[in-house]
Design a protein around this ligand. Structure first.
Ligand SMILES: NC(=O)c1ccc[n+]([C@@H]2O[C@H](COP(=O)([O-])OP(=O)(O)OC[C@H]3O[C@@H](n4cnc5c(N)ncnc54)[C@H](O)[C@@H]3O)[C@@H](O)[C@H]2O)c1
Length: 351
């Protein structure tokens, strides 16, 4: 079967990751259509990659073209409506991260996927990193024991995006926490077995982004900067585990960028990026480092596995329910930061 794919949003992630990696799937996939509210972008990308149909509205695309699967590559605000429309049109969906803007939206997306009997998965490409895959095998074999604590780091020194709408709270829902912190948080949760969150305590700061400064990711729109530049958080889980999180677009730290997850378990611990495992064996403290890891692109694996899941009907690596837990934590941290107090994550995930 050839999977007929449509793309919603013809920006950076569609052009750099989704489309080229669908094309690498060869005869398994045909990219049939693309839509973007900016029709000239849709047209330009369609021409560049030989996509036969382009539209200014995804509703029109879903109505006029028969599709099996859709990539949602819009700003965060439109993840929910675009995903719902694609699921209602009978498509499998790979939606970019974060899942949505609110917990209600993420829940409704998971419910719609369940009802439609279609795959809904999210663009957490770090799950496909060789370090994560290798560590997962060690964890599944019990090498870390019970993982009861983790540290999540997604820090940039001056990495405020100077393009797109990443500094616009209304369109993105927030700053580094929902944009890059979410990647490392998802990685930590995945390796910890996605425990159910219990309570979160968050603090956010806007100290550097709202004034002119050195932009390692281009000159951002500091005059209309409406997001946090640093977010910190403590997350506790119903199984007793906890995570400490630090994430920034801009902060006065040494490294230009640091993305990592550190895990602490009863039988061992680990840093993920770069991968190092810490254990005590035969009365000796030892560190294990891989001398070889495969070198395949994270996005390439993500897209290829999404295609295989659609064609073979297998479970995707990142699920809609996990998306709900993640959204509960993200929105809980923002709510806690606003209130200045800890927030209990409410209710069971319904789906
Ligand atoms: N996985 C990753 O590491 C990664 C990296 C970058 C971006 N992203 C995610 O991808 C999404 C898009 O980011 P980007 O960098 O491509 O942004 P971008 O600004 O480059 O592109 C977004 C595109 O969506 C279009 N758009 C806006 N509203 C639309 C709508 N209602 N229907 C159709 N198109 C619409 C815009 O015109 C624009 O062309 C975001 O959710 C972001 O978080 C993920």
């Amino acid at each position: 079967m050839v999977l007929k794919v449509g793309i919603i949003g013809a920006g950076g992630i569609a052009k750099d990751a989704h489309i080229p990696n669908y094309l690498k799937c060869g005869e398994k996939v045909e990219i049939v259509a693309i839509s973007d509210v900016a029709i000239e972008k849709a047209e330009e990308v369609a021409k560049e990659f030989g996509i036969p149909h382009f539209f200014s509205s995804y509703e029109e695309m879903l109505e006029k073209v028969e599709l099996d699967a859709v990539s949602v590559c819009t700003p965060n605000k439109f993840h929910y409506p675009a995903t719902q429309a694609a699921l209602n049109a009978g498509c499998h969906v790979l939606c970019e991260k974060p899942p949505a803007m609110t917990v209600k939206e993420a829940e409704a997306m998971a419910e719609a996927a369940e009802k439609a009997g279609k795959i809904l998965t999210y663009g957490f490409h770090y799950r496909h990193a060789p370090q994560v895959e290798a560590l997962k095998r060690f964890i599944d074999a019990g090498e870390l024991g019970e993982i009861y604590a983790a540290r999540v780091t997604a820090m940039r020194r001056r990495g405020i995006p100077g393009w797109g709408v990443f500094t616009n709270k209304e369109l993105q829902g927030g700053g580094p926490l929902i944009d890059i912190g979410v990647h490392m948080l998802d990685t930590a949760l995945y390796l910890m077995g996605y425990p159910e969150p219990d309570t979160v305590f968050g603090v956010t700061y806007q100290k550097l982004g709202n004034r002119k400064g050195v932009g390692l990711f281009g000159q951002w729109d500091w005059e209309n900067y409406s997001i946090e530049d640093l977010a910190r958080g403590m997350i506790t889980f119903k199984n007793g585990a906890s995570i400490l999180l630090d994430t920034s677009f801009a902060a006065n730290v040494e490294k230009h960028e640091e993305m990592n997850v550190a895990l602490m378990g009863t039988e061992g611990g680990a840093d993920v990026f770069p991968l190092k495992i810490y254990q005590e064996k035969h009365e000796t403290l030892i560190d294990i480092t891989p001398s070889y890891l495969p070198n395949k692109g994270y996005h390439e694996l993500e897209l290829a596995r999404f295609v295989d899941a659609c064609v073979q009907g297998t479970k995707p690596i990142s699920t809609a329910i996990e998306g709900v837990y993640l959204q509960q934590i993200i929105n809980g941290l923002y709510e806690s930061a606003e209130k200045g107090e800890a927030v209990k994550i409410g209710g069971k995930v319904r789906v």
